[in-house]
Write a protein that binds this ligand. Structure first.
Ligand code: GUN
Length: 307
């Protein structure tokens, strides 16, 4: 039987742990942890993400502030907002939602975030800390995947992990984390020769390229653990019918909403071969916001000298 790696369950578990810790802190008359989110422009997907981050922080008992700047904001205006948050003693975590409008210098603005408040783990200081084995902040999605694997009983030591996708939010930090957990790590990407062959060598396969249902049975060795990081919205009826002909639940969801969420993995074909697999939705997705809460609590504890 294939084990389903349930990100919703693990995410709820971690959120409850974070909320319980915060309740104990505020019960001791300490201030709650504070998260600040900077949103520049009106990108609809970013608005949805930011709203769910703010809501989750509030439910967990944190203070949360979303600073909305117009798409026409100058680099100086965004930088000043970040610097004010750096200086604000009640803000523990700062997240600048990406992508920024093209007119803004992303790298320079991420550099402006205080590394000790960088709960997204994107500041070069935190990238360096991860790769040199020092305490820092790790991007939320790979951090969440690691929690999901560990809390689901997936053995990591000595296993061969193949990561497909080299983004700085997922693929690269995932490699650093798995190395630290004593995996043997192979990184693959769009220029890899014989991608299916590399993937079939994996005990643990991480699919993170953002292409709907790209990974099929030819990429997966029998019994492998498959982690699907893709979240792709499919609205092409023929494509949905082709991929999910035998999945009435997905077809009903498509008939209702006109689109369905699909991972990078062809789930109906791969799940029967895999030893364990994350579904989409309900796998990796719920853990990203959860780990933002965990990182913000960690930032708070470090800043308060509790860690
Ligand atoms: N946009 C999409 N995912 C993320 C994320 O994890 N962090 C930030 N800052 N922006 C994002």
């Amino acid at each position: 039987m294939t084990q389903i790696l349930d990100g919703k369950r693990v995410g709820d578990e971690i959120r409850n742990e974070v909320a319980a810790e915060i309740a104990a802190l505020t019960g001791d008359r300490r201030r709650p942890p504070g998260l600040a989110v900077v949103l520049v422009g009106e990108d609809p997907a970013s608005q949805v993400y930011v709203a769910s981050k703010g809501k989750a922080a509030t439910i967990a008992g944190m203070t949360e502030r979303t600073l909305r700047l117009s798409a026409a904001a100058t680099p100086g205006e965004v930088r000043r907002t970040i610097e004010e948050l750096n200086a604000d003693s009640e803000v523990d975590g700062i997240l600048v939602q990406l992508p920024l409008p093209e007119s803004l210098p992303e790298r320079e603005l991420l550099l402006a975030i205080d590394p000790d408040k960088d709960v997204d783990g994107l500041h070069p200081m935190n990238v360096g800390r991860l790769w040199s084995g020092e305490p820092g902040f790790v991007p939320c999605t790979p951090f969440g995947i690691l929690e999901l694997l560990e809390r689901s009983g997936v053995e990591l030591i000595g296993r061969h992990a193949v990561i497909v996708g080299r983004s700085r939010l997922v693929g690269k930090p995932m490699a650093g984390l798995l190395l630290a957990e004593h995996c043997t790590v192979t990184m693959c990407h769009s220029r890899t020769a014989d991608l299916p062959g590399e993937c079939r060598r994996a005990d643990i396969l991480m699919a993170a390229i953002g292409r709907p249902a790209f990974f099929g049975p030819e990429h997966v060795r029998e019994g492998a653990v498959v982690v699907d990081v893709g979240i792709n919205r499919l609205d092409d009826a023929d494509e949905v019918q082709r991929l999910f002909a035998d999945s009435p639940k997905k077809l009903r969801a498509f008939a209702r909403r006109g689109s369905v969420l699909v991972g990078d993995v062809d789930y109906p074909k791969v799940a029967p071969i895999a030893g364990a697999i994350t579904p989409v939705p309900g796998g990796v997705g719920p853990l990203t916001v959860t780990m933002l809460l965990a990182n913000t609590l960690l930032a708070y504890k470090r800043r308060e000298g509790m860690e």
